[in-house]
Ligand binder design. Structure first.
Ligand SMILES: Nc1ncnc2c1ncn2[C@@H]1O[C@H](COP(=O)(O)OP(=O)(O)O)[C@@H](O)[C@H]1O
Ligand SMILES: [Mg+2]
Length: 258
């Protein structure tokens, strides 16, 4: 089922959109999608790529027929709200935390959009952010013809290929720290996609500024997650504290030793 809409949104299209998605989307979300169609960001929404607790990702098409990944934040559970506040508080970029849940979710989507932009500008490989409006984030689709690329968790590779991926991710984490001033905060084999031999770091809504009070702990957790995963495959890799030193520029270890 395709949800087709053009810049000039036709009535029956509107109806289609509502009929098919009403169970999933509230009317504000439907209106946000229609606004992104009107702005000529989204031409149509196609199948669901992933359906998480707090968000869903759809495959979409742009007016140029490029594939899009459309991430829609949905949930407003008390738990999600608490989580969002924890990561927003302490980030100097988000001094005013909205009281209304709707606004909080918009802030969260905007945060992911901004984080993607900062990371990309820092030279890290992340999906290109395209647009954000209210609770809807539009970005580059990682994959082909609506089939998403596999997660790091899902690929089966030679050890040498894993090793290459590991060092590419470490380099990106370093660029993200050094030049974007951010820490991912939820890095693991589940938030890295592998496309054309390149690791794409995804899911960056919770990423925090390096000046966040919990930044260092989050960095250690990220690096430990990575180390555990790659070590579990049989790779010999530096200790987490050495990696953290490398990433933060405290110490330039020679990664080629490993
Ligand atoms: N840009 C993208 N292109 C293609 N698929 C994506 C993209 N971003 C995310 N996905 C897919 O959607 C899933 C969920 O996205 P993610 O941002 O990790 O949200 P969450 O884990 O919060 O549900 C990912 O595991 C991946 O399979
Ligand atoms: Mg994820």
């Amino acid at each position: 089922m395709y949800y087709k809409a053009t810049g000039r949104v036709r009535k029956e299209v509107d109806k289609d959109l509502f009929e098919t998605v009403e169970e999933v989307f509230d009317s504000a979300t439907v209106l946000a999608i229609i606004e992104l169609c009107r702005r000529k960001v989204i031409y149509e929404l196609r199948g669901v790529v992933s359906s998480g607790k707090e968000s869903r990702i759809y495959w979409g098409k742009s007016f140029n027929n490029d594939d899009l990944a459309v991430k829609i934040y949905l949930t407003s559970s008390a738990e999600f709200r608490k989580g969002m506040i924890k990561y927003l508080a302490g980030d100097p970029r988000f001094k005013n935390i909205p009281k209304s849940t709707k606004k909080l979710i918009t802030t969260w989507a905007r945060k992911e959009f901004k984080n993607l932009k900062l990371m990309r500008d820092a030279g890290a490989t992340v999906p290109k952010p395209i647009s954000q409006y209210e609770n809807v984030l539009v970005m580059e689709f990682i994959g082909e013809d609506g089939v998403r690329a596999p997660l790091l968790k899902e690929v089966e590779l030679e050890l040498s290929e894993y090793e290459e991926l590991f060092y590419k991710v470490v380099e990106d984490v370093r660029k993200i720290y050094m030049y974007a001033g951010l820490i991912h905060g939820d890095l693991s084999e589940y938030n890295i996609m592998v496309y054309r031999d390149t690791p794409y770091i995804i899911d960056v809504s919770q990423s925090v500024s390096v000046s966040h009070p919990n930044a260092y702990n989050l960095l250690i957790r990220d690096v430990t997650n990575l180390s555990n995963f790659f070590r579990g495959l049989g790779l010999k890799i530096p200790e987490a504290d050495e990696l953290v030193k490398y990433i933060t520029g405290d110490n330039h270890i020679d990664l080629s030793e490993y």
